[in-house]
Design a protein around this ligand. Structure first.
Ligand code: LRH
Length: 489
């Protein structure tokens, strides 16, 4: 049968990779050809992404990839670049962890009305939603000069293939997309003073985005006829597309820098209860809804390690996880989504302070601290999935944990124990796989979403974790941490 190769450039908030996926009938094989760090850049005006460096790394990755039928780009959500009338980049995009939105976001939310906002965009309130970033940029020189706004993956696709568009799964994270119609909400854009003409036409995953520009072909050694394909450019949407779920009852946790826990639905849930619980309705491929909530994720652990390394006390992950495994259970628990953990200078100190603030003794070793982080994440997974089931009226019988976090056996087991549900872990590279499969689908190499998932289930190595331990200990931990109930963020 037919087989073809596709290149997926998948950029996460801490690292990027270029993966080549070979797809054929019941065949899906991935090779990582490049991996590179993605470190934020602090400039006098704030925290930014070094997008030219990322573009360069993608070019190098494509060179290493060799001949492919097409290329697809996905990245983290919400962040955007501005282009002027000549198509030139107006400064480096802000990083979503930049603090300039902290005061603006609640103000804009209250001005428009939290319920009015949710009724239109169905989005969880996060201070960095694009709509709040743009409100913070109101009146800036860059915005005044801007003719085009591009989300980060759309910018990279533009630099590769020359086309302009806003891919829908990622556009759904801006706060400017109408959750029911899937079109830009001009009314909302005008409320924040945005000239709606900067918003490019929407485009769906699986549509063409040109072919390589001549200088890109030259830089990568690829034929200029190589296609650029619009994929589910929001990394989480690509990951969810590759969740190896077959049949109803499956929930997912896409666990990387963030843990995105929820359900796939066919229509948004826009109830007051859903808004109050801060659930989001992001768009998936093929008209699906990603009904989920952000949980702070492996960021907590990554930042601890970064801080320790900066203090001259680096520690390898396997050793750290082994220590955490031996540490006493339920010694201290935190709410991983506490706002002060979004971008602290010193994560271990911030976690210790969170423990003290809630009347607990802070962990005394690094192993104990990591145990605290992983148990707290597992408990958050439980809280969010139970809420997702309740708010959507669905039953959950098992949990698919995908993304880098699926390699963390302790986190997987704790999540099974906390939720009381079997956890099926993997693939770790779900995002790159989803990226590849959407490209393969445009060539007829794979069928619908269910086919894509069957292919992942049949070809990728998955690990199963049965729930164990004492479920009452988790009930008690939950009640202790949230004495007034779990619904509010
Ligand atoms: C995960 C992710 C998540 C967004 C965040 C900004 O990488 O895309 O879905 O909320 O980054």
């Amino acid at each position: 049968g037919a087989v073809a190769a596709f290149a997926a450039a998948d950029l996460g908030a801490s690292s990027g990779r270029v993966v080549v996926g070979r797809v054929g009938h019941m065949e899906l094989a991935l090779t990582e050809v490049a991996r590179f760090p993605n470190a934020p850049l602090r400039l006098p005006d704030g925290l930014h992404w070094n997008v030219p460096a990322l573009y360069e790394a993608v070019l190098a990755g494509l060179r290493a990839a060799g001949p492919v039928a097409s290329v697809g780009i996905d990245t983290w959500a919400v962040d955007y670049a501005l282009l002027d009338a000549d198509g030139a980049l107006l400064g480096l995009p802000f990083h979503y962890r930049d603090t300039r939105t902290a005061q603006v976001a609640p103000r804009v939310r209250d001005e428009i009305g939290a319920d009015a906002l949710y009724a239109v965009n169905g989005l969880q309130h996060l201070p960095f939603n694009t709509v709040f970033q743009l409100a913070a940029a109101r009146g800036s020189a860059a915005l005044a000069a801007a003719r085009t706004l591009l989300l980060v993956p759309d910018l990279l696709a533009h630099w590769l293939g020359g086309t302009l568009g806003a891919e829908t799964t990622n556009a759904s994270t801006t706060g400017l997309l109408d959750a029911r119609t899937g079109t830009w909400s001009a009314a909302l854009a005008r409320r924040i003073g945005l000239d709606t003409s900067v918003l490019p036409p929407l485009r769906e995953p699986g549509t063409p985005a040109g072919t390589l520009l001549p200088h890109v072909a030259a830089a990568t050694g690829l034929p200029a006829a190589t296609a650029v394909t619009t994929v589910a450019s929001h990394d989480t949407a690509s990951a969810v597309a590759a969740v190896p779920a077959t049949g109803p009852g499956a929930a997912y946790i896409s666990c990387g820098t963030w843990s995105l826990a929820g359900l796939e639905l066919d229509a948004p849930v826009l109830t007051e209860a859903s808004r109050a619980a801060n659930f989001t309705n992001e768009r998936g491929i093929d008209g699906t809804v990603r009904y989920l909530r952000n949980i702070m994720g492996m960021w907590l652990l990554e930042e601890c390690r970064r801080t320790w390394a900066a203090q001259g006390r680096p520690v390898e992950l396997p050793a750290l996880l082994a220590e955490a495994e031996r540490a006493a259970p339920f010694a201290a628990l935190i709410d991983p989504d506490a706002p002060e953990l979004l971008a602290p200078e010193d994560m271990p100190a911030a976690i210790a302070a969170a423990c003290v603030r809630t009347g607990q003794r802070p962990p005394r070793s690094r192993g104990a601290l990591v145990r605290c982080v992983l148990e707290s994440l597992a408990l958050a997974h439980r809280r969010v999935l139970r809420l997702a089931a309740e708010l959507s009226g669905r039953d959950i019988t098992r949990v698919h944990l995908v993304g880098g976090g699926s390699r963390n056996a302790l986190l997987c087991q704790l999540t099974a124990n906390a939720t009381g549900l079997p956890v099926i872990a993997g693939p770790a590279e779900a995002t790159a796989i989803g990226n590849v499969l959407v490209q393969a689908r445009t060539r007829g190499l794979v069928g619908d979403l269910a086919d894509m998932r069957r292919l992942v289930a049949a070809t990728q190595e998955l690990r199963h974790y049965a729930p164990g331990g004492d479920s009452r200990a988790w009930d008690a931990a939950q009640a202790r941490l949230f004495p007034r109930g779990a619904a509010l963020p």
